[in-house]
Design a protein around this ligand. Structure first.
Ligand code: SF4
Length: 431
């Protein structure tokens, strides 16, 4: 038996589930102004949904799922003509509107209008595999060189003030080497960057040893939207990213996780909360810290916390003092903080910040053909089938529903001779 990477009692299992979650995912459009290599969504021009339809999706969410924030995604939501009204509508429902964007369409003027409408935060997706669409000066830049672009957006948000700032980037075999430097860059800007998210690349590739079926109909890999003809590595795991970060931050220690639907020892969402300032990282929150924060927030607001505001993230000192008696990680960080003050007591006037580093490991194909998803998926979205039935579905696999009306099943391709009938038997467990 393989030992899990983390001892089960060293991490807090985030309490998120289908009906009660920190996040819910909304897609008002599938149109985008980039063509990112690892994107799960087909870029469809003029695919903006009428605002009333989007509001009905929000009604459905609110009737079926407690949520703290609505991640407005797509496509690029800044291309959605009614984005300002949509943000205002979400805010009026008492939810936090978060815009997930590549940033291209964001101007200081639009940002100001979105702030007035009640936007809570932005998550900018910036990485080196995003294809054409940005200013050509960014073409061919690696992840570290793109920090200049990240800083441009972080400073734009900071200037407007009071808006949470996060960055996403996809982690590929040839870009995992840059992750530690991105984490270091985030520390350098800990006063204006609240969250860094690393999403590990997953795609259907030629050597993936599975066959895909929609019902009893075989679907060839090349037909699946998120397939690549390149033989990419698609099994980088969250602990690989942790090990990489530890090359620069040896104490780097996640506090909470979501497991896989078929594998409790897979860390699908791995959340790390660190305390520090630009000079120094004092330490990492432990599982009790996360448990107290999640449950305290739920007790007060009847839903689980997702994003923290820049103001909350800047009171790391209070969080350290307040929670150190209950949490080993916070205690250790506090002891490092005292040592830091010992070097120069005037440092007490410097702020201490919280910063979140998240690693996301999307779908894993298991040997028996199971697809292990994130258990308690936060990025759940809305789907209405051809009979008008509405349900909550994984946003990363929405394209399958659009293309085939159902999620694809995978069957291990042990033998290329397997018939469609045999595949169905395997899927139904009759063989
Ligand atoms: S299951 Fe898919 S949509 Fe849900 S959180 Fe995981 S990667 Fe995101």
């Amino acid at each position: 038996m393989n030992e899990p990477f983390f001892k089960i009692d060293s991490l807090y299992r985030l309490p998120w589930n289908l009906a009660d979650n920190g996040i819910t995912w909304l897609e008002p459009t599938s149109q985008c102004n980039l063509n990112c290599y690892g994107c799960y969504r087909k870029n469809v021009k003029n695919s903006h949904k009428p605002l009333d339809e989007v509001k009905r999706e929000l009604d459905f969410f609110q009737a079926n799922r407690k949520t703290d924030c609505i991640s407005i995604a797509g496509g690029d939501p800044l291309l959605y003509p009614n984005i300002v009204e949509l943000v205002a509508d979400i805010k009026s429902r008492g939810l936090k509107p978060i815009i997930n964007t590549n940033g291209i369409a964001l101007t200081p003027e639009l940002l100001h209008r979105l702030k007035e409408a009640g936007v809570f935060g932005f998550t900018f997706h910036i990485d080196s595999q995003q294809g054409k669409g940005r200013d050509p000066k960014w073409a061919g830049k690696n992840e570290v060189e793109l920090n200049e672009l990240r800083l441009y957006y972080a400073e734009m948000l900071a200037k407007e003030g009071g808006i949470s700032c996060s960055f996403n980037s996809t982690v590929y075999e040839n870009t995992i080497q840059y992750v530690p430097e991105l984490v270091e860059w985030a520390q350098k800007h800990i006063d204006i960057v609240q969250t860094m998210v690393f999403i590990i690349f997953r795609y259907v590739t030629p050597k993936l040893p599975y066959r895909f079926f929609a019902g009893d109909q075989e679907v060839f890999k090349e037909e699946i939207h998120y397939h690549s003809d390149k033989d990419e590595k698609t099994n980088i795991m969250a602990p690989d990213v942790v090990m990489k970060i530890r090359e620069k931050y040896p104490d780097f220690q996640p506090a909470a996780f979501l497991n896989g639907t078929s594998r409790p020892d897979y860390y699908k969402w791995l959340l790390t909360e660190r305390f520090g300032n630009k000079d120094h990282i004092f330490g990492y929150a432990g599982r009790r810290f996360m448990e107290i924060v999640m449950n305290g927030y739920h007790f007060k607001h009847d839903r689980y916390l997702s994003y923290a505001s820049p103001k909350t993230a800047s009171i790391g000192k209070s969080a350290l003092f307040g929670l150190a008696p209950f949490d080993k990680g916070a205690r250790k960080a506090l002891s490092n903080y005292w040592k830091y003050l010992g070097g120069n007591p005037f440092r007490i006037f410097k702020k201490v910040y919280n910063q979140t580093i998240m690693i996301i490991q999307p779908v894993d194909f298991l040997e028996n053909g199971d697809q292990s998803m994130c258990d308690g998926c936060p990025d759940i979205t809305y789907w209405k089938d051809e009979n008008g039935n509405e349900r909550l579905v994984w946003s990363c696999r929405l394209e399958e529903l659009m293309q085939y009306g159902e999620f694809l099943h995978t069957v291990p391709a042990k033998s290329q001779e397997i018939s469609a009938e045999e595949a169905v038997n395997i899927m139904e467990g009759t063989k």
